[in-house]
Design a protein around this ligand. Structure first.
Ligand SMILES: Cc1cc2nc3c(=O)[nH]c(=O)nc-3n(C[C@H](O)[C@H](O)[C@H](O)COP(=O)(O)OP(=O)(O)OC[C@H]3O[C@@H](n4cnc5c(N)ncnc54)[C@H](O)[C@@H]3O)c2cc1C
Length: 424
């Protein structure tokens, strides 16, 4: 049975998750879409973003991958994909080459605005209402009303998709007890012209993680003559003021090890990102009409370098769940439950992997108390590499495996991503 009733859907936030939601929902029949974003204009901070296998496949799924293709490197098997090095000695611990398999998606790291532009190519600009900062929601019998800072309101909506990022107002409304906390880590990132590094010998050409005992520096030449550096530093929040995101600081404020000082000495300025996280939400839906996705649903603080892909996956599954109830005649609430049932276990596994990373250092310390710092670094990197994390970056395999006790409907939705993989 096809549902004739039109669905009035609001997407709050026009980041990667909100834009992906728009692209997928726009393909459904009988939906009216409104997208609201707090920003006056949509622009990205000057940083790089990694496109993993699942990111790429979802870009294909959304029909915007060709916008990115020009920035990708089709590997011939000799290009270095990723290296792990001891950040204090420079010693190579592991190296992986990019696959030359033409059937595998391109793997690349590009400036974030290019990803956003690719997504925007699938969204008519006049569909996004800017300068609309959501401040409150109200659930009524007729739907959810949205209230904005400029004094206007919208709705009632049959479905509100909270894609409003890590400090989600939708999440605060639906789950008032969920609190974000500063993780104790600051990320410093910057893009600098590669020529500024010409005097430094043997700069790795692929992604390189330079590990120290407590953290790491990440370096990567990008597609367009820029060089990306990202560091993480442990900085306690002494005065409770760590709220920064892309806040500019002088280079003296960025503390790090001496070994890659030459690299770190090049930039004159950095963008500082205070990393916040929160406990896993066991459910990301509320009241039969509200669903969270992307960073709003799971603030992972960039832990896997794949947050955009997770947001894409969420948007895709949520749209498929709505498409499913449009066929069965079930309620929006049923679709949201399907969405939660599919994505919940996936995120549970991600959080489990994060806990595992944290445990590795403790295990190494406990099992080899006499170990020196260099051996410690090598040991934790090797142990980390041996964990099974490939599934995180291969977007659809897990969805296809979620089944037994959960019923026919979930299986039928979960089967869809397999059918649309690029190889299909
Ligand atoms: C240091 C770091 C490195 C990362 N590196 C990578 C990487 O290499 N690869 C990768 O895939 N991911 C990476 N990520 C994660 C990635 O940036 C996020 O997961 C991704 O941006 C999430 O997209 P989103 O749409 O859910 O949220 P966001 O990108 O945060 O977008 C939210 C949108 O909502 C809007 N908004 C916010 N509040 C309101 C409101 N009240 N009303 C209306 N609109 C609102 C904002 O203006 C914004 O446009 C990294 C993250 C960090 C912190």
């Amino acid at each position: 049975m096809t549902v004739e009733k039109r669905l009035n859907i609001a997407i709050v936030g026009a980041g990667p998750g909100g834009l992906a939601a728009f692209i997928h929902f726009r393909r459904l029949p009988n939906v009216d879409l409104s997208v609201f974003d707090a920003a006056k204009e949509l622009k990205e901070v000057g940083a790089g973003i990694g496109l993993n296998e699942n990111t790429w496949r979802h870009l294909q799924l959304m029909g915007v991958a060709d916008q990115i293709e020009q920035y990708t490197d089709r590997a011939d098997g000799t290009a270095i994909d990723v290296e792990n090095r001891n950040g204090t000695t420079g010693k190579l611990i592991s190296r992986k080459y990019q696959s030359a398999d033409p059937n595998l998606p391109a793997k690349s790291r590009i400036e974030r605005y290019k990803l956003q532009n690719a997504l925007l190519s699938g969204v008519p600009r006049d569909q996004i209402q800017l300068n609309k900062r959501l401040i409150n929601l109200e659930e009524t019998d007729g739907g959810v009303i949205l209230y904005f800072k400029d004094g206007t309101s919208g709705g009632p909506f049959d479905l509100v998709i909270g894609a409003d990022g890590i400090r989600s107002v939708v999440r605060s409304y639906a789950f008032p007890d969920h609190k974000l906390t500063y993780t104790g880590k600051l990320a410093y990132r910057i893009l600098v012209p590669q020529e500024n590094f010409a005097h430094i010998e043997r700069i790795p050409q692929g992604s390189c993680f330079w590990h120290t005992k407590l953290t790491h520096v990440y370096t990567k030449p990008l597609d367009n003559g820029l060089f990306e550096i990202a560091t993480r530093a442990l900085v306690p929040d002494i005065d409770g003021t760590k709220v920064s995101w892309g806040h500019e600081v002088s280079k003296e404020e960025v503390g790090y090890c001496d070994t890659i000082r030459q690299i770190l000495d090049v930039p004159d300025r950095w963008l500082e990102f205070a990393l916040f996280g929160g406990p896993r939400l066991h459910s990301v839906i509320h009241g039969g009409r509200i669903a969270l996705l992307g960073d709003a649903s799971h603030p992972l603080s960039g832990a896997f370098g794949a947050g955009a892909a997770f947001a894409f996956e969420d948007a895709y599954v949520l749209a498929q769940a709505i498409a499913h109830i449009q066929k069965t005649g079930d309620s929006v609430g049923t679709a949201l439950q399907l969405y939660d049932d599919i994505r919940g276990p996936h995120y549970e596994k991600l959080y489990h992997v994060l806990d595992g990373f944290a445990d590795i250092a403790k295990e190494v310390e406990a099992s080899s108390p006499e170990i020196d710092d260099n051996e410690f670094i090598e040991e934790i990197v090797q142990k980390g590499l041996h964990g099974d994390t490939k599934w995180i970056y291969t977007y659809d395999e897990r969805l296809g495996q979620i089944d037994p006790a959960q019923g026919e409907a979930i299986q039928s939705i979960a089967a869809i991503p397999k059918a649309v993989s690029p190889a299909a």
